[in-house]
Design a protein. Structure first.
Length: 95
C-alpha cells in the first residue's frame, strides 16, 4: 500500500520551491488554479489523487509568470523541450 503524503506540507514545499525558482505563485493562487483545473494536470488531465502527489507548479522561466499545474511527467516533458514550441512541432511531425 502506498503511503499518502501530507498534502498541506507538500503544497507549502511546492510553493516555496517555485518561488525560489522565480515563480510568481502563492498558496492561494495554487488552490485557485487547482479548483479551476478540477484537480487535474493542465496538459494530460491526470487527477492529482491518482498521482499520489501534489501537482507541480509550472511557470515561465523568463518572466516567472505562473502558467498552471502539471503532473510530473508533463512538467518534465516541457523542460526537456526547453519551452521551445518549435521543438514540440518537430516532435509532433516526427510521430
Amino acid at each position: 500500500m502506498k503511503r499518502k503524503r501530507n498534502k498541506p506540507n507538500r503544497l507549502n514545499q511546492q510553493v516555496n520551491q517555485a518561488r525560489r525558482a522565480g515563480a510568481s505563485i502563492t498558496k492561494e493562487l495554487y488552490l485557485y488554479a487547482y479548483s479551476v483545473q478540477g484537480g487535474r494536470c493542465a496538459i494530460c488531465g491526470s487527477y492529482e489523487e491518482d498521482l499520489n502527489r501534489v501537482l507541480t507548479i509550472d511557470h515561465d522561466h523568463l518572466t516567472g509568470a505562473f502558467r498552471g499545474l502539471l503532473c510530473d511527467r508533463c512538467n518534465m516533458g516541457l523542460g526537456l523541450f526547453r519551452d521551445r514550441i518549435d521543438l514540440f512541432y518537430m516532435a509532433a511531425s516526427f510521430l
